[in-house]
Design a protein around this ligand. Sequence first.
Ligand code: FAD
Length: 456
Amino acid sequence: PPAILWLRQDLRTTDHPALLAAIAEGPVIPLYILDDESPETRAIGGAQRWWLHHSLAALDASLRKRGSRLVLRRGAVAEIVESVAAEAGSTRVHATRCYEPWWRHCEEAIDARLELRLHDGNYLAPPESITNAQGARYRVFTPWYRALLERMPPALPHAAPDHIPPPRAWPASDNLADWGLTPTSPDWSSGFGEWHPGEKGAWRALRDWLPVAGDYKARRDYPSLTATSRLSPHLHFGEISPRSIWHALGERDDAGAETYRSELGWREHGINLLDQMPDYGDRNGRPTFDEFGWRSSPEADRDFTAWTRGRTGYPIVDAGMRELWNRGWMHNRVRMVTASFLVKHLLIDWRRGERWFWDTLLDADLASNAMNWQYVAGTGVDAPVFSRIMSPLLQSERFAMGDYVRTYVPELAHLSDAEIVAAHGQDVRVPEYPPPLVGHEAARARALAAWEALRG
Ligand code: FAD
């Protein structure tokens, strides 16, 4: 009987241990299920539906070149896996290991009725394998990363198979177009044209970035430059494996490559934290923050809306939030500034921001998003203390954000770099551009008072 290859965030054919294990047993049914029904599953956000549509189309084309195809179904995952297995006479399911808490639930349900084989493949090392000498897990990045490096390099990636044996009869499949994953009216995806979802697009992004890898450390924090790899959505959807990226960097030991490896390490650390704290996307890593005085009022709601639309009156925050909406992506340095602004300047619960990012980022990833939001908010297990408050003005000056602001905030396109820096926290009196929601010093004082109240 054919084996089912249950695909989730592993939409590739190269370096795919679960696919190879399924092929070794005979015919394979590659199956992708869109689950918007199970209450414990966090539904895929709006921007990522666009990505998913194109990634599934690319994967189907790639499977067809290998004598196979993609079967699409919609509904509660465990029930669908079971019914496709019954239709095809399958008893065995292969899948790549994922760590989002809702998958655990589905996996248990599938494993109760069929034989589920989980394979590692989306991380450099299984998170539970990185422990200290006493066998305990880490929660702080630096010692954890040191321990990860001792296990590197990872094994060499596998090539894509030439042929994937098909079953005698194919189970029925939905039509991808009928899933309605791409927006029509309004079409908010018009700014996504630069992305190329799918395995080929992932390798192309890697190939384009490798020649500038050496400058990564020096240039990665400047949002006006194109200096980062833009591989994050490809990594989230598993269109390329991190060990393929690791080996593409080869033996080089320049500062650029070293820093880049440690960023891949942050991605792994996110999964390390989520594996230990499955509710990290919803609960404060530091439980004292459960009593924190987040603002919650109609006025706070208005501020939140202004933040989502890029109308806070802080040029760098607004540029970031508009980049996010337009491109489905935001530069990492600006993610930190915008997140910090929401949490500390507006005193709004980080979880509201995390959800907005979840819905608008093409690379939305529970582990990375939760870890970074909690880190910036000061609520995370390894976060700097809350009272350290980022200054949008100093950030925009230090990281030369003038061009970036002029690109995304056309109302300010006529301002010089110095004028843009000076505009943070002050009313620039430009028609169409809003005054600041709150002054920097007032916001800082309010945040510190809330912090003192919590400690007191
Ligand atoms: P590069 O600089 O080229 O880095 C290479 C890869 O390393 C990235 O593709 C990513 O997989 C990983 N990486 C880099 N920085 C981080 C980091 N700080 N944490 C975890 N992994 C990292 N990243 C996501 O993939 N999904 C998210 O939902 C997400 N939410 C974030 C929320 C906030 C508030 C912040 C501050 C950061 C968030 N990040 C998230 C991390 C980071 O901003 C992005 O991974 C990065 O900007 C992606 O662009 P890139 O591929 O060009 O990165």
